[in-house]
Design a protein around this ligand. Structure first.
Ligand code: IPM
Ligand code: MN
Length: 398
């Protein structure tokens, strides 16, 4: 069989380190592929004025599967400062290349599983009856709508007249904002379409059905955000009734959900939310299973087959300069496993996950986060495993 080609996009900072480590694990597990590097990130913004060059888009369009490290994103003004002088005159505006990638390829389904590893010292614990300590086992799959909502990019400061006039036709705009000078108004829209909402809901229900979860929870805020959140919940009710009657449909508000995180996280199965709330709730659950060092994700377009797999942590630029890398590679390695699942290499994924679980359970090799140290360069001297040592330990188990 012909070898697969994977587009590896290291991005910035520690993305460059953890991506290579995940490929080392894939190799050791016997997954055969060619890797081509796709340019993306801060460096290309500064030198070319585009953090997501067309050549990278072309590569991904050709090969369909991307393994992604991490990205440094900065607010508008700070990003402008990073440009080389000859680009400063061009009126370029920075926007996140990962968000750009999601939108360009319509990677509208984002799956972020959060599962407890037995023996992880970072697992959430809570006080039970009579001062006992309980360690609830978390196993949730978060489905985040990945292209619309507050991430749609439809926003203005000092909106154009047409937009302002249109807003003024809304009685609430007139009443609540009509007195504010136009140039002092900033608007970010939250647009949901039926099509994308249905796709993320169905993906969530299908997943619940295929993997034996008993419930799907819509985590939005329909009591206040009536049109978008309201539409999502209503559609969820219809879909559940028509096609998934065996799965329970629950409805939580994002704020209350964040509070319940530490109260009853073991009760939730599949969670589905719009873009921003999905972003929030997935970080929330990740915190219960070890934090960003363990949080992996898949984002894909079921029609075109394009999929990009990435840890949900950032590029942590500070850590990238340490002489020996100390960051936890597990989130990236788990993301690579999600890639394997996606391309029908579940057996290899299973093997790698088992190896990771064994290393975590054994507890002999722990990166600084797992050893509860603060992330300074000298953690290695104090017994923390380096990024490479953690990867080696996982490879040894394979
Ligand atoms: C994530 C990240 C991104 C997001 C950032 C880097 C744009 O937080 O993947 O969760 O907000 O989606
Ligand atoms: Mn996030």
């Amino acid at each position: 069989m012909e070898k697969r080609t994977i587009v590896k996009m290291p991005g910035d900072g520690i993305g460059k380190v953890v991506l290579e480590e995940s490929i080392r694990v894939l190799d050791a597990a016997g997954f055969e592929a060619n890797y081509i590097e796709g340019d993306i990130g801060w460096k290309f913004w500064c030198t070319e004025g585009d953090p997501l060059p067309q050549r990278t888009i072309d590569l991904l369009a050709d090969h369909k599967i991307g393994l992604f490290g991490a990205i440094t994103s900065k607010p508008k003004d700070e990003a402008f400062e990073g440009l080389i002088p000859e680009l400063k005159e061009k009126g370029l505006v920075y926007s996140s290349p990962i968000v750009g990638l999601r939108q360009h390829f319509g990677l509208d389904i984002c799956l972020r599983p959060c599962r407890t590893y037995k023996g992880n010292p970072l697992n959430f614990i809570r006080r039970g009856k009579g001062n006992t300590i309980e360690e609830p086992e978390v196993d949730v799959a978060i489905f985040r709508q990945n292209t619309e909502g507050l991430y749609g990019g439809v926003e203005w400061s000092d909106p154009p007249d047409q937009v302002y006039d249109a807003l003024m036709t809304h009685p609430k705009f007139q009443k609540n904002f009509g007195d504010a000078p136009k140039e002092e108004i900033s608007v970010s829209t939250r647009i949901f379409t039926k099509n994308a909402t249905e796709r993320i809901l169905r993906a969530a229900f299908e997943h619940a059905k295929n993997y034996g979860y008993k419930s799907v929870t819509v985590c939005e805020k329909p009591n206040v955000i009536r049109e978008t959140s309201g539409m999502m919940y209503k559609m969820a009710q219809q879909i559940q009734k028509a096609d998934f009657p065996e799965i329970e449909l629950w409805n939580t508000n994002i704020d209350a959900q964040m509070m319940w995180l530490t109260k009853n996280p073991e009760n939730y199965g599949v969670i589905v939310a719009g873009n921003m709330f999905g972003d929030i709730v997935s970080d929330g659950f990740a915190g219960l299973i070890g934090g960003l060092g363990f949080a992996c994700s898949a984002q894909y377009n079921p029609e075109t087959g394009v999929g990009v797999f990435e840890p949900t942590h950032g590029s942590a630029p500070k850590y990238a300069d340490y002489p020996v890398s100390i960051v936890n590679p597990i989130a990236m390695i788990e993301s690579a496993c999600m890639m394997l699942d996606y391309i029908d290499e579940q057996e290899i994924a299973k093997m790698i996950r088992k190896a990771v679980a064994e290393v975590v359970a054994e507890g002999k090799v722990r990166t600084y986060d797992m050893a509860k140290m603060s992330g300074r360069p000298d953690v290695i001297e104090h017994g923390a495993a380096s990024t490479v040592q953690m990867t080696d330990a996982i490879i040894d188990k394979l």
